[in-house]
Write a protein that binds this ligand. Structure first.
Ligand SMILES: NC(=O)c1ccc[n+]([C@@H]2O[C@H](COP(=O)([O-])OP(=O)(O)OC[C@H]3O[C@@H](n4cnc5c(N)ncnc54)[C@H](OP(=O)(O)O)[C@@H]3O)[C@@H](O)[C@H]2O)c1
Length: 268
């Protein structure tokens, strides 16, 4: 595994696993929860240590139980979760504190590695209150890093007006369909690490080119796609229910894409 050092010095695995459909009937985001997550067990067995969770996924407690019951020591795990930008969680500082305390309980831990605001909070007062609670828990050591998700440049500018702690990451959609180039440039300038959600999304034509590029490295198009992101410093959190795909999505560290291929993919 390779790591990216975040702007506060914390090291985050460059590949993690998503969880938004884990532990749900038919792997359906909106379906009822099941009581087990074989995919998470196989991910841990294969070597995934960074787990991308969220309160909105409704499966935090289940994900937390599987992690707590696994043989992987807590200090090897990198647990991310996200507070929704909904009244229930951001209407007051107390509500946000209760949400974080509940997540800590769900993961049966006394600290989270990374906590994100899941979506931009439009009300400035609520944004400030929420971030101040994040900072409070960060200063207390209960959160090792704090960040944002789906924030555009203008949302970031608003946050910067009062933030004492700079967000460590912005988790946004980054893939070949939505390259998000302008925002990536802003994040680079601000030294905020980009985390790509939905990294696997591609058009059929793009997939053909990726498969072709993969031939010369003896890698699949999906591996080329993920390598492209991590080679330019974007953390990826692909999600798979298939152990073969999970294994392949981690097998990215024994090859390097040429500058020419990086450019080709960028222009797809
Ligand atoms: N912050 C946010 O607002 C936000 C939004 C969306 C998602 N997320 C997070 O980001 C994670 C990833 O995003 P995502 O789940 O939307 O999409 P994704 O990881 O881009 O794509 C998942 C799909 O790709 C397939 N796949 C995975 N590896 C593959 C491979 N090697 N070859 C072929 N197909 C492969 C999976 O099918 P199989 O199961 O068959 O492998 C699955 O259908 C989520 O789980 C969640 O944790 C965050």
């Amino acid at each position: 595994m390779e790591y990216i050092t975040l702007n506060n010095g914390l090291k985050m695995p460059i590949v993690g696993t998503g969880t938004n459909t884990y532990g749900k009937e038919n792997n359906d985001y909106n379906a009822a929860l099941t009581n087990e997550i074989p995919e998470l067990l196989s991910a841990l067995e294969l070597g995934y240590r960074s787990i991308d969770a969220a309160i909105m996924y409704r499966n935090e407690e289940l994900v937390g139980r599987v992690l707590a019951e696994s043989t992987v020591p807590r200090e090897e795990l990198f647990i991310t979760t996200k507070v929704p930008a909904n009244e229930e969680y951001i209407s007051s500082k107390e509500a946000t504190r209760a949400a974080i305390d509940n997540s800590l309980q769900n993961f049966q831990t006394d600290y989270l590695d990374l906590l994100l605001i899941h979506f931009p909070i439009e009300d400035k007062g609520q944004l400030q209150n929420t971030w101040e609670v994040f900072e409070e828990y960060y200063e207390a050591g209960k959160l090792k890093a704090i960040g944002i998700s789906n924030f555009k440049k203008e949302h970031l500018e608003e946050l910067k007006e009062f933030a004492k702690v700079k967000p460590a990451v912005n988790q946004i959609q980054i893939n070949l369909k939505e390259p998000n180039k302008d925002l990536l440039a802003v994040l680079k300038e601000e030294e905020i690490t980009p985390v790509a959600w939905g990294p696997m999304k591609t058009e059929a034509q793009q997939k053909e080119v990726l498969d072709k590029i993969g031939e010369s490295y003896k890698k699949s198009g999906a591996q080329v796609l993920l390598k492209y992101q991590i080679q330019r410093g974007v953390i990826v959190i692909p999600k798979s229910h298939n152990p073969e795909n999970q294994a392949s999505n981690l097998d990215l560290f024994d090859f390097e894409l040429s500058a020419e291929d990086m450019k080709r993919i960028e222009n797809l």
